[in-house]
Each structure stands twice: as C-alpha cells, then as structure tokens.
Design a protein around this ligand. Structure first.
Ligand code: HEC
Ligand code: HEC
Ligand code: HEC
Ligand code: HEC
Length: 436
C-alpha cells in the first residue's frame, strides 16, 4: 500500500503534520468553475507566492510556489508522463504519446479547454495552483488587497478548497474520476497504479503550503479532521454510484468496467482460498464478482453512530445493490438511484462535526468489524486502517498506540501478500488494548 507510507512517520515519530476527445472538452473541468486559468507563472512571482521563505507580514506564507514545485508531487504530475512507465502505458494503449493524450492530461495537468487558458498558462505546469484553487481570471488582481474578504474571493470564482465537501469533490475528480475522466481497467491493465484515496490522509500527505493558525481559523473556520474524512468517504460512495451510470457498461461489450470491482477478487493466487462469507451475506453467490463497496461500508459504520434507522436503510439498500449487480443494468441503475437518494437525505447528519465520544465509538465499531472479519478484501481493510488512524490522531492517542498501529499497518504493506486473518487478529489486539 502506497498511501500511508508518507503518513506513517507522522505517528511513528509522534510528530503532527501541520497541518478524450476534444469535443467533450467544453463540459469538462466544471468543478472549479468556468473562469480563465492564468497560469502558475502569474502566481509565482517573487512579490507574490514565489518568496524563498514564509513571509511574517502576510496571512499567507507566500512561499507556496516553492513548496509546490519542490515537494509536492502535483508539480511533477505532467513530467512523469515522459517516464518509462508512462511511455509503456501509452504504447500499450496505442496512444501517440502520454503527454499529448487528453486521457492522461485530464488528471496529470490542468487540462482546461483552450478558451479557459490565459496568456501565461502552460500545460507543463502539471497540477498547478488553479487546478485546485480555480481560475483566477476575476480574482487575481483583487484577492491580495487589504480589506478583501475570503467570501469576496469565493464570489469572484476562487474555489472553496477549505470546505470539506467541495474539497472532496475537487480532489476526487482526479483521485477517483468523473464521467469525463476515468482511469478504466484498460488503463490499469496498461500499467497504471490502482487509485487509492482517503481525503484526510491525502490532505495530510500533500506537503502543506499553508498553516492553520489563529488568523487562518478566523478567516476560514475550524475544519475537523474527522469531518474531512467523512466528507471524503461520503463523496467517494456517492461519486462511485454516479459513475455506474456513465462507465459501468460502456464500450467493453460483454465485460463490465472491471475497475468498479474489488481488484483482488480476480488478482489473487489460486492456492489462497478466501471463502468470502461476507459476499454471501450481502446476497451474492459463491464465485460472484463483488462491486467494490468499501466507501459505502465505511459510511454505514459511521451512520450507525448517529442515526440507527438511516444506517439500517443504507445497509438494506447496499445489499440491494449487490443483488441487483447480478441481474441487469436497469435493476442496478435503479438500486444505485435509491442509494443516492438515501445518501442525499443523510448528508447533513453525516457532515456535522463529531465529538470525542462519537469518535471513540466510531473507532470501536470499525475495530470490532475488522476483528470480526467484516473487511475481508484489501481495499476495505485499507479504508478501515486509514479510518482507525485518522480517528486515533483526532483523539490525540497516536503516540500511545504507535507500536500496535505500526503492526496493524504492517498487515497491509503488501497487496499481494495480504492475509485477512492477520489483519483481523491485529484489529482484535487494538480493540482489547484501546477498549479494555
Ligand atoms: C482519473 C485520473 C487519472 C487518469 C485518467 C490517469 N491518471 Fe495517472 N495517476 C492518477 C493519480 C491520482 C495518480 C497518483 C496515484 C497515487 O499515488 O495515489 C496517478 C499515477 C500515475 C503514475 C505513477 C506516478 C508515480 O509517481 O509513480 C503514472 C506513471 C501515471 N499515473 C501515468 C498515467 C498515464 C500515462 C495516463 C494516461 C494513459 C494516466 N496516468 C491517466 C490519475 C490519473
Ligand atoms: C492539489 C491541490 C492544490 C494545489 C495544486 C495548490 N493548492 Fe493551495 N491549497 C490547497 C488546499 C487543500 C489548501 C488548504 C485549504 C484552504 O485554506 O483553502 C490550500 C491553501 C492555499 C492558500 C491559503 C493560505 C491561507 O492562509 O488561507 C494559499 C495562499 C494557496 N493555497 C496558494 C497556492 C499556490 C500559490 C499554489 C501553486 C503554486 C497552490 N496553492 C497549489 C490545495 C492546493
Ligand atoms: C487535476 C488532478 C488532481 C487534483 C485536482 C488533485 N490531485 Fe492529487 N495527484 C494527482 C496526480 C496525477 C498525482 C500523481 C503525481 C505523481 O506521482 O507525479 C497526485 C498525487 C497526489 C498525492 C501523492 C500521492 C502519493 O502516492 O504519494 C497526494 C497526497 C495528493 N495527490 C493529494 C491530493 C489532494 C489532497 C487533493 C485535493 C486537495 C488533490 N490531490 C487534488 C492529480 C490530482
Ligand atoms: C473480473 C476480474 C478482474 C478485476 C475485478 C480486476 N481485474 Fe485486472 N485484470 C483482469 C484480467 C482478466 C486481466 C488480463 C490478464 C492478462 O493479461 O493476463 C487483468 C489485467 C490487469 C493488469 C495488467 C497485468 C499484467 O500482468 O499485464 C493490471 C495492472 C490490473 N489488471 C489491475 C487491476 C486493478 C488495479 C483492478 C481494480 C481496480 C483490477 N485489475 C480489477 C481481471 C480483473
């Protein structure tokens, strides 16, 4: 597992991180808005965000460019399209080259349509400032002036990156996909890494070019890490259901889009039998292919802390989804529509901040399920681990449980050697230590 590698030192050492065709182009990139992207060069001058060190006289650090260009992989996202891995992928897919193909540029650069590119915009900047913060056409000249409020910036088209739901939607547009850009199993088959994402962990792992200090809190308010995590899980579940509409049955004839399923359902050695009881529990038959519902499962767990009835509803509908997935596309679409309606009704309840009691209850629940073997496949176990880690950090207990958490993480270190029984027994150890 790659995601937690960077995060790992955070609790290991007890340090807290501060925190493709051009005809459809017009519809693309609507997430951060319709404004022109003026290019990283317009943000990066030495009097603006390109200072060599943080500026004590400004509320922003003003060395954001340095952090992004030196430490943040987003500044390398375009460059890696020239590496051997990308070249091989392009060859396998029959593309002229990776760095000219929309199918790659859509996630590895700020690939807005020509009409949205300002004079200093260059595609080689990769995932630049405006890919996340929105086109600065209408706020570039005003956003730094004295007296201009954050609300006014947002009104002029700055994207609300601080806010959990919009942040989830923006990050996941590349880290999960949208109807316009999607890392299909064909792309994975050509050699693309599996996309694994968890909003709070990835937020912590992106080298921070901002500090959440007193004046930040005054301007933007306190955003709880647990709420950020829930927003990521919520949006992943929702967006995955939406993506069934555009991508589950597309151009592959008899074969559905395989990246919606648990990768390790197929990619596992034949001598390691699983007897996936949990799939049978949700209404599947032995040998059936199970949709990857790791985000949905996590959301059911979260809901049980707040609203038993809504959680039961979600649980029933998620079983309905699995049963429908064995039938036909119309039944599946209907089941996912029902789930989307149920989720819409639960959004406000789920995205309210969580108190210590709830956080602890939630962690206990996830550990109990993990110990009982509920998260059998690698992707669900990975999400469960990340949840326990985020919740433990939020409870300020990561130093206290560092050793046990390290072993728990260790059980996920290799996707191909993942043993769910080991994962479960380590969860049991954590459970009995944390909740004696
Ligand atoms: C839906 C968005 C999406 C699409 C489409 C996509 N990628 Fe990626 N790609 C990503 C993300 C996100 C990562 C980082 C994964 C991670 O580390 O979690 C990534 C990682 C990679 C990596 C590994 C990077 C590293 O540092 O090791 C390569 C190479 C790559 N992509 C090449 C390509 C190529 C070539 C294409 C086009 C054929 C492509 N990608 C299409 C989103 C996408
Ligand atoms: C991958 C997405 C991403 C990229 C790329 C990115 N940022 Fe950010 N930026 C964020 C997030 C997330 C935050 C924290 C939430 C917030 O305060 O809006 C943030 C915060 C900021 C802040 C707010 C600081 C404060 O105190 O309010 C500034 C200024 C900023 N970024 C500038 C830049 C600049 C300049 C670049 C390009 C050199 C850049 N960002 C690139 C996501 C990104
Ligand atoms: C325009 C597409 C895009 C957006 C939007 C985006 N990312 Fe990424 N992200 C990528 C790609 C592509 C990579 C892989 C880059 C590479 O390896 O060179 C990546 C890499 C990362 C990594 C490093 C992963 C690793 O394996 O080390 C983190 C962390 C990350 N993104 C977090 C975020 C967060 C948090 C947000 C939202 C605030 C976000 N990203 C928004 C495309 C995007
Ligand atoms: C229904 C079964 C199934 C599922 C689910 C599935 N795959 Fe595959 N995968 C295959 C088959 C079949 C091939 C082609 C095998 C071959 O060429 O030998 C393949 C090929 C691949 C390859 C190329 C392997 C190689 O050696 O060339 C990669 C990488 C890959 N899949 C990744 C994934 C990822 C990541 C997921 C989950 C997002 C996934 N697969 C889900 C069946 C599946």
């Amino acid at each position: 597992m790659k995601i937690s590698m960077l995060r790992l030192p955070v609790y290991l050492f007890g340090l807290l991180v501060l925190g493709s065709s051009s005809s459809v182009m017009a519809e693309k990139n609507t997430i951060t808005g319709p404004h022109k992207h003026m290019g990283v060069a317009t943000c990066a001058s030495s009097v603006c965000h390109g200072k060599p060190a943080p500026d004590a006289n400004s509320y922003a650090l003003l060395n954001e460019y340095r952090t992004w260009s030196r430490e943040d992989l987003h500044s390398k996202a375009y460059k890696i399209l020239f590496n051997a891995e990308s070249k091989r992928m392009a060859k396998n897919l029959g593309l002229a080259s990776a760095h000219t193909a929309d199918i790659c540029l859509d996630c590895h650069a700020d690939n807005v349509p020509q009409s949205q590119r300002g004079p200093k915009f260059v595609i080689r900047d990769g995932v630049g400032c405006e890919a996340c913060h929105g086109g600065s056409e209408n706020w570039l000249d005003s956003h730094y002036k004295k007296g201009v409020t954050h609300a006014e910036n947002l009104k002029a088209g700055m994207y609300p990156t601080e806010s959990p739901k919009p942040r989830a939607e923006m990050c996941l547009s590349c880290h999960l996909g949208t109807k316009d850009k999607f890392a299909t199993h064909r792309i994975m088959g050509a050699g693309h890494p599996r996309l694994a994402f968890e909003l709070e962990t990835f937020t912590a792992n992106q080298p921070a070019h901002y500090v959440v200090d007193k004046d930040y809190l005054e301007r933007k308010g306190q955003i709880e890490s647990v709420t950020m995590w829930v927003a990521g899980v919520y949006y992943t579940a929702k967006q995955t259901l939406e993506l069934y509409n555009s991508h589950l049955l597309t151009a592959n004839g008899l074969i559905p889009e395989l990246s919606f399923y648990d990768c390790h359902a197929c990619h596992h050695p034949m001598d390691k039998k699983n007897w996936r009881q949990t799939s049978i529990e949700v209404g599947l038959k032995p040998g059936d292919l199970r949709l990857n519902d790791s985000a949905l499962q996590m959301l059911i767990g979260i809901s049980f802390i707040r609203d038993q009835e809504a959680a039961q509803g979600l649980l029933q509908l998620s079983r309905g989804l699995h049963v429908a997935s064995r039938k036909d596309i119309a039944t599946l679409r209907n089941a996912s529509k029902q789930l989307l309606n149920q989720l819409a009704g639960m959004e406000d309840m789920l995205l309210r901040n969580y108190n210590r009691n709830e956080i602890s209850e939630l962690r206990k629940r996830i550990l109990t399920k993990s110990a009982a073997g509920q998260y059998r496949d690698y992707t669900s176990a990975e999400q469960a681990f990340l949840a326990v880690e985020t919740l433990t950090l939020a409870l300020d207990q990561s130093e206290r449980y560092a050793n046990l958490m390290d072993s728990f993480y260790g059980s996920l270190a290799s996707e191909s050697a993942f043993q769910q029984t080991r994962f479960a027994s380590l969860a049991q150890r954590l459970l009995s230590t944390m909740y004696p």
